[in-house]
Write a protein that binds this ligand. Structure first.
Ligand SMILES: [Fe+2]
Ligand SMILES: [Fe+2]
Length: 332
């Protein structure tokens, strides 16, 4: 039987049995990975004429509902520059995806290697790793076809990656927070894009997003439930550390996933004040960041990771959802 379950070691050893619901869910996620998964090359017809990437295609242009796209500076650029900036930003987000998934895969494999024999989490971690590898193939193929030459990992990024992987071993709960902090904002952005009119989105980009959003739903479910399962068992000190780290990680990752990089600003001579007007001084952008942070904030509340100290950090990173501010104001 494909889903045969071997009793986890702690059950056999007579230790506290983890809630059955958790393992059942992990088994269902694994099953879903078997019945609904995608292959970067078999499921995307890369050479189809409608998937061709043309730098001058107006569908790459940022629209007025995009914070940079709404600036007067962007709208005053020639059409070819507008479409190139839009495409360059997508290529950059995909590159960030490749780097993020590289860290994620290493962390998941490390986490899985320490699980007791028979743990359903082991199988799911491998399914997720395989799916992330397909995503990275898909993202990198898209980047290759844009013709933009994007650099690989810098020395600092490589050190940061090693640091996160180390935490998958030393402090798995912190690693799962890192997972959600990367996956939540990108999922929010992709779901928003998929709501646009069909003819406004390039079909290749639409296909990539559909595949990604479908599989990421499982990954986020795993990370959330892994946290629900593990955090209550943490010591008070570890819980406090985790509560303080969440807003720092999410603030950093959200910015990377939702804003034009300084490199793109340099390449296209986007003036500093335009970047500020689009992002740091833009209320619409702040609201989008808050919306993208809401789910993780809700989970932190549920897990008892929100307190007046951590709320200060949520506020300092400018990611405190408005509902969060209200809750804290009325309860503390
Ligand atoms: Fe992914
Ligand atoms: Fe994922």
């Amino acid at each position: 039987m494909a889903d045969e379950f071997v009793v986890p070691e702690e059950e056999r050893a007579g230790q506290a049995v983890r809630p059955d619901g958790y393992f059942d869910l992990i088994r269902r996620l694994s099953h879903q990975s078997v019945v609904k998964h995608f292959d970067a090359y078999a499921d995307i017809d890369w050479d189809s004429p409608e998937f061709r990437i043309d730098h001058d295609d107006s569908r790459w242009e940022l629209e007025t509902d995009d914070v940079l796209g709404a600036t007067e500076w962007y709208r005053s650029q020639p059409a070819g520059i507008r479409s190139r900036i839009g495409l360059r930003m997508l290529a950059n987000f995909m590159k960030i995806g490749v780097v993020f998934e590289y860290v994620l895969k290493r962390g998941l494999l490390d986490f899985a290697s320490r699980l007791p024999s028979g743990s359903p989490e082991f199988r799911y971690c491998y399914h997720e790793t395989i799916e992330e590898a397909q995503h990275s193939l898909m993202f990198q193929e898209f980047i290759n076809r844009t013709g933009f030459r994007l650099p690989g990992l810098s020395g600092i990024e490589r050190r940061y990656a090693d640091f996160v992987v180390k935490y998958a071993r030393k402090f798995p709960e912190l690693f799962f927070v890192f997972v959600l902090a990367g996956e939540d904002p990108i999922d929010y952005v992709q779901r928003e894009s998929l709501r646009k009119k069909r003819e406004d989105i390039h079909p290749l980009f639409r296909r990539i997003m559909q595949i990604h959003v479908t599989e990421e739903a499982r990954h986020m479910s795993f990370a959330r439930h892994a946290l629900r399962n593990r955090v209550p068992e943490l010591s008070r000190t570890r819980k406090a550390r985790l509560g303080l780290c969440v807003p720092l990680i999410l603030g950093f990752m959200g910015k990377m996933m939702m804003e034009a990089s300084p490199r793109i600003a340099r390449e296209y001579n986007i003036p500093r004040e335009v970047v500020d007007a689009a992002y740091s001084k833009n209320l619409i952008h702040r609201r989008r960041i808050h919306d993208a942070s809401t789910k993780l904030f809700g989970l932190c509340e549920e897990l008892g990771l929100v307190n007046p100290w951590s709320v200060r950090l949520w506020r300092m990173m400018r990611i405190l959802p408005q509902t969060g501010a209200l809750t804290v104001a009325t309860t503390h």
